[in-house]
Design a protein around this ligand. Structure first.
Ligand SMILES: NC(=O)c1ccc[n+]([C@@H]2O[C@H](COP(=O)([O-])OP(=O)(O)OC[C@H]3O[C@@H](n4cnc5c(N)ncnc54)[C@H](O)[C@@H]3O)[C@@H](O)[C@H]2O)c1
Length: 438
């Protein structure tokens, strides 16, 4: 294919050289005369393992050309990759000046083009930028429409400096965000021989994916380092601890606990987090990541309460009360906290949890209800339909097999659903619906 790469920094220089090595005809474009001179001589403008040889080969083969002119020559290209920088502004926001500037230039270059060049944004950008910033600029300057006169995608780049050539050829997956099937197919065929799954998604999901991955990496590093500081102060080898943590591929290094939903709770997580934080305090250690976990969990419960209160209705039903489905354990259940918040504000609640049958409760749970939350006991019912009849707003804190048929039967009389669990679309039907964080 004919591929143009705009911005020849770490991402662009590797992309341009590797694609040229793979046999594509590549035109690299940058403003920096030093980078252009080096590339023109077959020398890599960055320090990366393997890049010197690939760049030399690419330049000598004639398949890698470079220029500082972003003009209508690129209208002939199959793909136009945008790899310019998106640095932090002084206030932490993302500076999209270079993305805007090259979008204007690409748009002008594509005016009246006869083929269907596909513009692929690879710079890391805020969700909404490809559709909300790049697309209108391209369309204005090209006097054409994305999707019919030219293609447009966002494709996050996952390479890491230090191993970028290896990463370029071994991406964890290839993700393309677009609403244009033809653009998606063009990118798919360029990367057809690359390992990893090809995933097609929307613009914003692909954009947010990249930011989320990097924040997740930063979070993991900081978490491990907090375990390290605490371990050191306690005389425990944190490297051994984290090695063991990583051996659990079922709950630790796995998709478990990584779905947006409701707050955590129960008899173990809050208690053990408190214990760990106490240890840190006793050692005069600041562990803000772990401290922040408590804070964000509380905020999440408040967020759910705000969502219910913003509905304007006062008759609230709740499905689920224990801290997770299939248990009657109410200790530190975030659903109990949510119910108490709403009761405290004078809302009328009816609650059903199939595992929390007041008549059958025994032992510590019975005592917990009687001693700690007696006001909630009166609101509990074993009859789901009673909750549905009462409710103008139904908070679904746990899935329930009877819910979907009952909602379907109620038709337009069904309450507004506030979903904390991630119900499936087919379970909701036409009912008015709000997700807690989606
Ligand atoms: N560096 C990484 O490891 C990495 C990995 C994945 C994604 N990203 C993202 O990719 C993007 C590029 O990152 P980078 O590290 O390669 O940046 P970089 O700063 O190394 O390179 C950007 C290049 O764009 C050029 N440029 C700026 N304005 C231009 C214009 N108007 N016309 C032509 N060229 C122009 C600059 O001269 C520079 O050579 C960023 O959004 C970054 O967040 C970087």
């Amino acid at each position: 294919m004919k591929v143009s790469v705009i911005g020849l920094g770490y991402v662009g220089a590797v992309t341009a050289a590797c694609l040229a090595r793979d046999g594509h005809e590549v035109l690299g474009i940058d403003l920096d005369p030093t980078k252009l001179k080096l590339l023109g001589e077959g020398r890599a403008p960055i320090v990366e393992e393997g890049i010197d040889e690939i760049t030399r080969e690419a330049a000598h083969s004639g398949r890698l050309q470079v220029t500082d002119k972003l003009d209508d020559r690129i209208a002939d290209y199959d793909l136009i990759f945008v790899c310019v920088g998106t640095p932090s502004a002084a206030n932490g926001s993302q500076d999209l000046t270079a993305v805007r500037r090259v979008s204007e230039q690409i748009g002008a270059a594509l005016k009246g083009c006869s083929g269907f060049p596909v513009v692929v944004l690879r710079s890391t950008v805020y969700p909404g930028s490809t559709e909300g910033v790049v697309k209108p600029i391209l369309e204005e300057h090209a006097r054409g429409k994305a999707g019919s006169d030219f293609g447009l995608c966002f494709q996050p780049e996952f390479l890491r400096e230090g191993s970028s050539v290896k990463d370029f050829y071994n991406p964890p997956f290839t993700v393309v965000g677009t609403d244009c099937p033809k653009s998606q197919e063009r990118v798919r065929s360029l990367f057809a021989d690359f390992p990893g799954e090809f995933v097609a998604t929307g613009f914003s999901a692909a954009e947010m994916l990249k930011l989320t991955c990097n924040v997740f990496h930063a979070l993991k590093i900081s978490f491990a380092n907090e375990v390290g500081r605490l371990g050191r102060s306690l005389g425990v080898d944190s490297r051994e601890v984290m090695n063991l943590v990583c051996k659990d591929r079922s709950l630790n290094i796995s998709p478990a606990y990584l779905k947006p939903g409701f707050a955590y709770g129960g008899s173990c997580l809050p208690k053990d987090l408190r214990a760990m934080l106490y240890l840190a305090r006793s050692s005069d250690l600041e562990l803000p990541v772990m401290q922040g976990v408590q804070q964000t969990n509380t905020l999440h419960i408040q967020h759910a309460a705000d969502l219910v209160m913003s509905s304007g209705s006062r008759k609230i039903g709740m499905v689920g009360l224990s801290f997770k489905p299939g248990t009657d354990d109410l200790r530190e259940s975030p659903l109990v906290t949510l119910a108490e918040t709403l009761i405290g504000k004078g809302y009328e609640l009816r609650i059903h949890d199939p595992a929390v049958n007041v008549a059958r409760l025994i032992g510590s749970n019975k005592r917990f209800i009687e001693e700690t939350i007696p006001h909630i006991e009166q609101m509990l019912t074993d009859d789901l339909d009673e909750v549905l009849e009462h409710a103008d707003v139904l908070v679904v804190g746990q899935g329930h097999p009877g819910l979907s048929p009952s909602l379907a039967e109620m038709g337009p009389d069904a309450p507004l659903i506030i979903d904390l669990t991630g119900l499936k679309e087919e379970d909701i039907g036409d009912v008015e619906y709000r997700g807690v964080c989606w």
